[in-house]
Ligand binder design. Sequence first.
Ligand SMILES: C[S@@+](CC[C@H](N)C(=O)[O-])C[C@H]1O[C@@H](n2cnc3c(N)ncnc32)[C@H](O)[C@@H]1O
Length: 302
Amino acid sequence: MATTPSLQIQLTDPELKLLQTLIYQECGMYFDERRVHFLQDRLQRRLKATGLESFYRYYQLLTSREGRAELSALLENLTVNETSFFRNKPQLDLFHKVTLEEILQRKTERRDWSLRVWSAGCSTGQEPYTIAMLICDALAYYYLRNPLPFEMPSPKPLIPPPWKVEILASDINYSVLRAAQEAVYPENHMEPVDYTYRLRYFDKGGDKYAIKKGVKEMVHFDFHNLKTEFLPQRNDIIFCRNVMIYFDEAEQKRLVEKFYRCLNREGYLFVGHAESLFGLTDKFRMIHVNNGTAYQRIEANP
Ligand SMILES: C[S@@+](CC[C@H](N)C(=O)[O-])C[C@H]1O[C@@H](n2cnc3c(N)ncnc32)[C@H](O)[C@@H]1O
């Protein structure tokens, strides 16, 4: 049976420029020539979903007050949400064995028992839950070597008192935030999670794995657009991996400057494997251990 070809709207160069500019201004994502095809494809989907037949009408909607929901829907369609548990193992080893160790030591000396980590661009939650599991392990190992002067309550809590650990995880995409909050993952997402972690931090039901309640409660999800100035402050560590790669250099520079201000003194920033702060700032020092990289805030007045 012959199918009717769906109406494809071919954007003119000025129309494309308008759309590129709008998206850049809204969320920092920059669609250069290599990604224009993807942009065209996603635009077609939204035109079909809204039933609008001209770019002009669609653009009018996007830029109107009533079009805020459609603008969010378009941005959701444009984000790349690829992620996994224990992504970039050498970097997580550095986080677990070097960064956390240094922070726990430093904070213990100051009798500051708070630890705040932000996963910016957390997608479906694998990154912040990995961070939570590694923090639980790092704290347990720390207190094995430096026993507390009092009896630990039984059963042992994931976070030994008096520590208070907060993990904030944010994204611009509401659908991934909902999935992250649900915290249930199919078997094919579990390949990077070894059995010791599956046993300690997941409950298995059928062919799905649910993050255990204690770990789930450590992570708070929220909507944040990294393009804006209103971002979570006073973090000891920020993870922003595989997000900046979609921004142009000017936007990357602005974001790194904001991250500097969102970090506590001597705080750390982790970026993705294909990303670097090289050429963007001189306010961070690079730490490179066994193929893992992190950046630490340089203090003007040490
Ligand atoms: C490729 S995923 C990376 C997920 C995770 N950080 C990792 O490395 O596995 C990129 C995420 O950044 C989010 N993102 C893109 N632009 C953003 C913005 N302006 N503000 C907040 N999140 C954004 C996307 O929605 C997506 O979920």
